[in-house]
Write a protein that binds this ligand. Structure first.
Ligand SMILES: Nc1ncnc2c1ncn2[C@@H]1O[C@H](COP(=O)(O)OP(=O)(O)OP(=O)(O)O)[C@@H](O)[C@H]1O
Length: 377
């Protein structure tokens, strides 16, 4: 059976009256972007925080309306209480558009970035595990799931986002100060790689790194975004810790390979985010197994399942496994990542399913630390 389409879902939701009985929840701009994953439909309805408890029937009515559509197996409907001071609206008066789920911008009370819903770090305990490749493909997968996505390359010493997205050139300024992010495959991106020549030695001392990161976070016209993915520098040293502290993160995703060593490093990554009170959204096992392109045989060259066990042991979600795959390497190294170049393929589907879990983690509270103000069916 064909997947339910978003327009049909919106049309059905337009029959649900608004909280005060006037208008409908779609034309009142209360419905977020709608995520459809197979027969599963997810969206949120923005309501006044003070009335959230009494609006349960509204949520149930919207859920029942969507569930009645052919092809819908389940509907995850969240009442999102709009909260001032967290994810703030864009500076300019925003045109009426569907409200975004106001995901927690910061677990630690740091000021959010105006117009940016949730900021999520993709990190690894050590280099070379495919963190940047994973971050780029996840950003594209979140966009493929219907979200407005930005990608910030915080790997100031070794920026790889320009290459992975096939981008070059310099960003323009909007008003002489704010930078316009670059764009590729429908996502916005910013990286130190756009601002300095490739040959420039990256001898940034601590404070300079921080000011570069702050600028890329706060002096870039990101809004409006549902989610900003931050490709963190590898490792768990002081620089990473400071970054994790400075960026108002809604959560972190840890990328690891199955090797023991990488897992030990991944544990350090988890510990680092916990130290600064950032919820762990889960672990992704990259280069998990090798599928022979000739005979289709699967080989667990690095051992397999380590990250899943480790995630279970540590009580954090296991988000999925990405195989060691020539096509993943070739496409990302040539600036045409697999989620964009082969959107109908199995690897793109894997990244999209991980992206769905990440978004559920930030908007629905399935991460290690659930935000308290969201009601889930
Ligand atoms: N699942 C995969 N299958 C095949 N190759 C991969 C996979 N993931 C990443 N790679 C390749 O591994 C290399 C390292 O990947 P990447 O640059 O993403 O790692 P990283 O962890 O971000 O590295 P660094 O620590 O240097 O920033 C790249 O050539 C990339 O194409």
């Amino acid at each position: 059976m064909a997947n339910p389409d978003r327009d049909a879902i919106l049309a059905r939701l337009a029959t649900v009256p608004g909280p005060d009985g006037g208008g409908d929840i779609v034309s009142l701009g209360l419905v977020s972007d709608i995520l459809v994953n197979g027969g599963k439909v997810m969206f949120s309805i923005t309501v006044d925080a003070a009335r959230a408890a009494t609006l349960e029937p509204l949520r149930e009515q919207a859920s029942a309306a969507v569930r009645a559509l052919p092809g819908v197996e389940s509907a995850l409907v969240i009442l999102t209480a709009e909260k001032k001071g967290g994810a703030q609206p864009a500076a300019a008066a925003p045109p009426p558009r569907p409200a975004k789920p106001s995901a927690p911008t910061s677990a630690s009370g740091k000021p959010g970035v105006p117009g940016v819903g949730a900021i999520v770090a993709v990190a690894s305990g050590k280099g070379g595990v495919g963190k940047s490749t994973t971050a780029v493909n996840l950003a594209l997968a979140l966009a493929a799931n219907g979200l407005k996505v930005g990608l910030l390359d915080a790997d100031i010493y070794g920026p790889s986002v320009p290459r992975l997205l096939g981008l070059s050139g310099r960003p323009q300024t909007v008003d002489g100060r704010t930078l316009k992010p670059m764009e590729a495959f429908g996502i916005k991106a910013m990286s130190m790689g756009f601002l300095v020549e490739e040959e420039t030695p990256m001898i940034w001392r601590g404070p300079m790194v921080m000011s570069a990161l702050t600028q890329m976070l706060r002096e870039v016209a990101w809004a409006p975004l549902d989610i900003l993915v931050v490709d963190m520098p590898p490792g768990t040293g002081d620089a990473q810790l400071t970054m994790a502290q400075q960026v108002p993160l809604a959560g972190a995703v840890i990328v690891s390979t199955p090797q023991d060593l990488a897992l030990i490093d991944a544990r350090k990554g988890l510990a680092m985010f916990r130290k600064v009170d950032v919820p762990i959204l889960g672990i992704v096992e990259n280069m998990s197994y090798f599928l022979c392109p000739h005979c289709g045989t699967r080989s667990d060259i690095f051992g397999h399942g380590g990250a899943r066990h480790e995630a279970e042991r540590l009580g954090v979600p296991f988000l999925g496994e990405i195989p060691l795959e020539l096509a993943i390497r070739e496409t990302s190294d040539s600036g045409n990542p697999i989620v964009a170049s082969d959107p109908a393929g199995t690897y793109a589907a894997t990244y999209r399913s991980i992206a769905t879990m990440i978004w559920e983690g930030v908007s629905g509270g399935t991460g290690a630390k659930a935000p308290p103000r969201i009601v889930i069916e």
